[in-house]
Design a protein around this ligand. Sequence first.
Ligand SMILES: Nc1ncnc2c1ncn2[C@@H]1O[C@H](COP(=O)(O)OP(=O)(O)O)[C@@H](O)[C@H]1O
Ligand SMILES: C[C@@](O)(CCOP(=O)(O)O)CC(=O)O
Ligand SMILES: [Mg+2]
Length: 415
Amino acid sequence: MSLPILTSAPGKVIIFGEHSAVFNEPAIAASVSSLRTYLLVTEAETSDIVELDFPDIGLDHKWSAAELSHVSMPSKVVAIEHFKNLNPELNAALEPLLKSLHGSLQYHAAYCFLYLYFSLCGTRRGVKFTVKSSSPIGAGLGSSASISVCLALAIGKLGGHLNSKPEKLTKLELDFVNKWSFIGEKCIHGTPSGIDNAVATYGNAVLFQRQANAETKSEQILDFPQIPMILTNTKIPRSTKVLVAGVKDLITRQPEIVSPILKSMGQLASRGAKILADLDDSNYADLCELIRINHGLLVSLGVSHPGLEIIKALGDSMSIGTTKLTGAGGGGCALTILNRDASPEDVEKFKSILENEHKYKTYMTGLGGPGCAFMSSEEIKENLPVIESLFRKQSSVSDLNNTLLPGKTNLKWVH
Ligand SMILES: Nc1ncnc2c1ncn2[C@@H]1O[C@H](COP(=O)(O)OP(=O)(O)O)[C@@H](O)[C@H]1O
Ligand SMILES: C[C@@](O)(CCOP(=O)(O)O)CC(=O)O
Ligand SMILES: [Mg+2]
């Protein structure tokens, strides 16, 4: 596909089953309509470099043709070979390209990019990749999966793997994006379950389960109910990679105790899926009860944080709803499912205390929007000045959403 290329993918909220999903238990997640990542691929200033411009994490890096020439492409483009273990030769070859990057945010984003780039289109030079996200990064809302999906889709197109139909992404193409974005997630956090990239690829909501043979089973939930919910970002930084590794350690130390907890979380997701398929006044309290139990089990795994407990304690003491951390925890976000009778005044008060006293950020966003998408080069070219201005450092989340949010603007996205 010719340049420019523009891709997008949503963030997600895990309703039930974070962490246990990594250990092959069922889990439920929904895409978040208004929190998305956008990737623009354009010609670089010179024809012999590859440039990353990721302003959200302060990364602007160029690799010269000479540096890139030391890495050879893996011989076959078969995702399954990278599934269990990332290719050790490719990893070793990428190390010198990554050594000047600062901190884990930049390192992991660049590693994910380079791994997909060399696996899917490693000889192409003279390209610049610019990423902007309206989703908070490292907050439990799946920004790592949404950037991985944007990269897998754009690089898949650049490498000629995904150009079968100009007017739609076929099921096979979506499966390709899902597989390669899982590999991108592996670069970012080691042992992902695959639920986040599945939701970011296919959209809507999924009941997901990883299988022992590394395959995944995901059932689309098309009519996901709009549960009245507040998402609160504590802005406390944390890393999914570290938290997932911590749970793995705990299992190794306390297998008899922790395995039943993970099983229980899987049961919560299965039971939750049945309730969500038929949610009404009669079972709403059951849903809230499952949410409360799931949070308690996550606390027992050691992945909560005092900052998340503030949200839970406030929600409980105001009797406004039921709170559970979402994503990897350790900071980041919690969701509060509002009681049916929560008054608008109380909801406002709850949000205002969190925002003003604790400096948290709250969101009320719809769940279950579209998955990954791309824009045709003709559509991009017609709107290039506007689109390029959005990818500059100073553009805001609302600028991005006002102009690019699929389904909400006049620009045509292909799904
Ligand atoms: N907009 C973005 N720009 C650059 N890197 C990003 C962006 N969004 C996500 N990332 C990458 O994803 C990582 C965060 O992933 P993770 O710890 O799994 O948190 P989460 O997925 O909950 O946001 C960051 O370290 C960064 O490498
Ligand atoms: C903890 C986990 O279940 C979810 C992580 O989500 P996030 O990166 O915190 O958005 C890990 C996974 O399922 O890959
Ligand atoms: Mg993540």
